[in-house]
Design a protein around this ligand. Structure first.
Ligand code: TRP
Length: 333
């Protein structure tokens, strides 16, 4: 990889079954970044051990999340696409960083408090130090930009604190990592039931998955809420109608959108037709991705190869950083 490009790192939770919100909110950014930056994209399998002691589904989930990201356009030849557990240097850096992380600040982390509340019987030290491991992921490559959503802002702030603390105590090794996104305003994909954005944990019928079959996509889109239509020309759109237009803007062409917009403004809109159009355009968008995912999943050799190549690239970068780290700490005898 070239040296002059700035370094980007992000982690993807191996929960599998990505939805349209993941695509437009995150993956599309990754795909664009791979052209402009030196990118490290990692499946956070070790992090998942903090809350999922049962590891039976791990392999399947890791494969799926890799396949989905590749099918969406992430190119394993352009970026380092790898599994966290394959880069052992991460664990070493995590150990050093743990000496710089205080119990008080870790206990105050919002994600820790949430998880501790949800699973009071499994408040393990790994959960407490989750942000320390995430910091290790990032600064292991001395990354500057981290494409993540709002929910990761606190973790990123902690990463800056830990990196700065290391630099102050042992000497300057790490740049300060910052959140990065092309569009100031992250693309929010509205959920199909008109409440909030698409998300995995909410109503499954209100979320379009990249793995959904054509019939399922149609069914979900046709179920979205509408009403009798506007009664006065150029009325403001209610939220749930605005959402349908919002979804159309993601996958339909401009003519189609303008047609329905005009129909709305002159009160001739037929929501049934609009939803049929949207359903068709969604199918056209999702179906090719879904079949690519399935083809990749069927080829375990290819996936193994991707992970091996990714780990090689990530470890080359990691080894260089760890030489500096050990030297700075004084572990050089
Ligand atoms: N914690 C992140 C999430 O929940 C995943 C993650 C792990 C991550 N390591 C990372 C994100 C490093 C950015 C950088 O989505």
């Amino acid at each position: 990889m070239s040296n002059q490009k700035e370094i980007v790192m992000s982690g993807i939770r191996p929960t599998g079954f990505l939805h349209l919100g993941n695509y437009f909110g995150a993956i599309r950014n990754y795909v664009r970044m791979q052209e402009d930056f030196e990118c490290y994209f990692m499946v956070a399998d070790l992090h998942s051990l903090t809350t999922h002691p049962d590891t039976k589904e791990l392999k399947e989930n890791v494969h799926r999340v890799l396949a989905e990201n590749i099918a969406c356009g992430l190119d394993p030849d352009k970026v380092a696409l790898y599994c966290q557990s394959h880069v052992y240097e991460t664990s070493e850096l995590y150990l050093y960083l743990n000496m710089l992380a205080y119990k008080g600040e870790l206990e105050k982390t919002v994600t820790f408090k949430d998880k501790a509340r949800q699973h009071p019987d499994n408040i393990n030290a790994g959960l407490l130090t989750y942000p320390v491991l995430q910091t290790a992921d990032i600064i292991l490559h001395r990354a500057k930009y981290v494409p993540v959503g709002k929910d990761q802002e606190q973790h990123l702030e902690m990463a800056r604190n830990f990196a700065n603390r290391f630099n102050h105590r042992y000497g300057e090794v790490f740049p300060e990592p910052i959140a990065f996104n092309y569009n100031q305003e992250l693309v929010k994909v509205p959920s199909l039931d008109g409440t909030g954005k698409m998300s995995k944990s909410e109503n499954q019928m209100a979320t379009l998955y990249l793995a959904d079959e054509d019939d399922m996509i149609r069914k979900k889109v046709m179920k979205t809420k509408t009403d009798g239509g506007p009664t006065a020309p150029n009325s403001p759109k209610p939220d749930y109608i605005e959402n349908i237009f919002g979804l159309m803007k993601l996958v339909s062409n401009e003519e189609v959108i303008n047609k329905f917009d005009n129909d709305y403004n002159n009160c001739s809109i037929r929501y049934g037709d609009m939803k049929k159009q949207l359903a068709g355009d969604m199918v056209n968008f999702i179906a090719p991705i879904r079949s690519k995912v399935n083809a990749i999943l069927a080829d375990e050799h290819y996936l193994k190869d991707v992970m091996r190549k990714g780990a090689e690239k990530a470890r080359a970068s990691a080894r260089a950083t760890m030489l500096l780290v050990r030297e700075a700490i004084g572990l050089n005898y």
